[in-house]
Design a protein around this ligand. Structure first.
Ligand SMILES: [Ca+2]
Ligand SMILES: [Ca+2]
Length: 304
């Protein structure tokens, strides 16, 4: 083989080898580029989807907040324009509350005298500006002394001052909330626990009896009455009678209940502590106490 021919062959092999290598590099680079572009597009798609999800969540949150705000505005408007109807849905209202709130729904005049004629209590309603009813006075036992004085504010809030001894001195104050009357003074810790227990929803069993209105009233009295040796007929004007007793002058430790006001006690309560409450019951209303129950988790649980 001539030298020239050999050189040409070597050159050609080198050239082809180099060309092949370059093509391989190019193809590899191209493949890398394609993968990178695919990953980039995937990331962009994910980002777009995430943005869309976030935007949808923000829109939902904004709609929810707007609906809540609109509901709050509607609620406040209803309270301000028709406070009587608005508060009739509150929990734990006494019959006298229902009568007073119903009276607030009557056409406005300067004064409605004895709005609950025929009832044990007397309700007077006043519109001092002739535009809306802004005051209510309650005489729970019709002894011509006001037991309660209510204020209905322009925004529909209601507060009541209470003369616990029916002597004209207003020594208690409550405000109405949808959960019921709230004592505006801080209740003592132990009786507060007992009072809270009355609202606990515990399903009654055969040996359990759910809390009654008289129970709620009892705890309410314990919370707001000043301790004294004896409070006679603390629920004047109501269907049942409660007497409270403090044997040590420090706290009320006993109570008696006449459920039907026939001057025979149906129940005798003992407050061993704020949460340990026991009652003896005379089922035949003959003051012979044959049953004992304990107030546990908002219900009366019969003792064996
Ligand atoms: Ca009175
Ligand atoms: Ca009785």
């Amino acid at each position: 083989m001539k030298f020239n021919t050999f050189r040409n062959i070597v050159s050609m092999v080198l050239f082809l080898g180099l060309g092949g290598t370059c093509y391989g590099c190019y193809a590899w680079w191209q493949r890398g580029l394609t993968v990178e572009q695919a990953e980039l597009q995937q990331r962009q798609r994910e980002r777009v989807e995430q943005d869309a999800r976030q935007a949808a969540q923000q829109q939902l949150a904004a709609q929810s907040a707007a609906a809540t705000a609109a509901a709050a505005v509607a609620d406040e408007r209803a309270r301000a324009t028709t406070p009587g109807a608005y508060w009739l849905t509150a929990r734990g209202l006494r019959p006298v509350d229902t009568d007073a709130l119903t009276a607030l729904g009557q056409p406005v005049v300067d004064k409605i005298k004895d709005a609950a004629r025929g009832k044990p209590w007397k309700i007077n309603v006043y519109a001092d500006d002739g535009v809306r009813f802004n005051r209510v006075k309650l005489d729970l036992d019709r002894d011509e002394k006001d037991d309660e004085s209510w204020t209905i504010f322009a925004d529909g809030r209601i507060e009541r001052k209470v003369s616990t001894r029916d002597n004209g001195t207003m020594d208690g104050a409550f405000r109405l909330e949808q959960s019921g009357w709230v004592d505006m003074r801080s209740p003592p810790a132990d009786t507060a626990t007992a009072a809270t227990a009355t609202t606990a929803a515990t399903p009654a069993t055969a040996t359990q009896a759910a809390a009654r209105l008289v129970d709620t009233d009892m705890f309410d009295l314990l919370r707001r009455l000043a301790v004294q040796d004896k409070v006679k007929d603390a629920t004047r004007g109501k269907a049942y009678k409660i007497n409270l007793y403090s044997d040590d002058g420090v706290r009320f430790n006993r109570a008696k209940v006449d459920l039907n006001r026939n001057d025979k006690w149906d129940e005798s309560w003992t407050f061993k502590s704020g949460t340990d409450i026991e009652r003896q019951v005379a089922p035949a209303d003959d003051e012979r106490y044959t049953e004992v129950s304990q107030f546990i988790d908002g219900a009366w649980v019969k003792k064996p």
